[in-house]
Design a protein around this ligand. Structure first.
Ligand SMILES: [Mg+2]
Length: 196
């Protein structure tokens, strides 16, 4: 792990949503169980970011479940990751916060963010939906972001190529040796920042 040389300012960091703020994989398992009758999957089966590579269900079913999660975060009972709400409250109550997601549509997930952070004025939270992982690095570079918290290792690699500091949010599907700073929790992210 490359240690950070100085605290991160709130204006120079942005965040991924799925797998970082939102417990999307847990919601995936919930939709699989409740809407598709698939009740034999557990979170530790998810050893790859690409679910069709690690789950014993047809690729078409994976696609259909992801479609539900993309279209309807509120209806699919998407929950925040432990500690995310408290951390984002402390951050967004004082600073604007930017999220960059590979989702194709910013509105459903923006409404979900407002639902988990009802105290935060809507204009404090900006969501940019790139529609694909490959565009994230370019968008972040355009925003002038120096750091990005992400759970997808291939995106981290693309960020580094653009000179953006990737911070990996530890998940079962991104473990192994990587050159990136790795965090295990939201308090750890806040602890790396200068909020003064
Ligand atoms: Mg993600």
């Amino acid at each position: 792990m490359i240690p950070l040389s100085r605290p991160i300012s709130p204006s120079e960091i942005a965040f991924d949503i799925d797998g970082v703020v939102a417990d999307t994989m847990e919601a995936f398992l919930g939709v699989a169980r409740n809407e598709f009758g698939i009740d034999h999957l557990r979170k530790d089966h998810i050893t790859s970011y690409w679910l069709e590579d690690c789950l014993p269900i047809p690729a078409g079913t994976v696609k259909a479940i992801i479609g539900r999660l993309v279209d309807d975060p509120l209806g699919t009972s998407l929950r925040p990751i432990c500690g995310a709400v408290e951390a984002l409250l402390s951050l967004a109550s004082r600073f604007p916060v930017t999220f960059v997601t590979a989702r194709p549509d910013d509105m459903p997930i923006t409404m979900w963010l407002h639902s988990i952070l009802p105290e935060i004025p809507h204009d404090r939270l900006t969501v940019i939906a790139t529609g694909g992982h490959a565009l994230k690095a370019e968008v972040l570079k355009g925003l002038g972001a120096a750091y990005f918290v992400e759970d997808h290792l291939e995106t981290c690699e693309a960020l580094c190529e653009q000179g953006i500091g990737a911070i990996v949010f530890d998940q079962p599907w991104n473990r192994g040796r990587t050159p990136y700073v790795r965090v295990n929790s939201w308090p750890e992210i806040i602890g790396m920042m200068d909020l003064s």
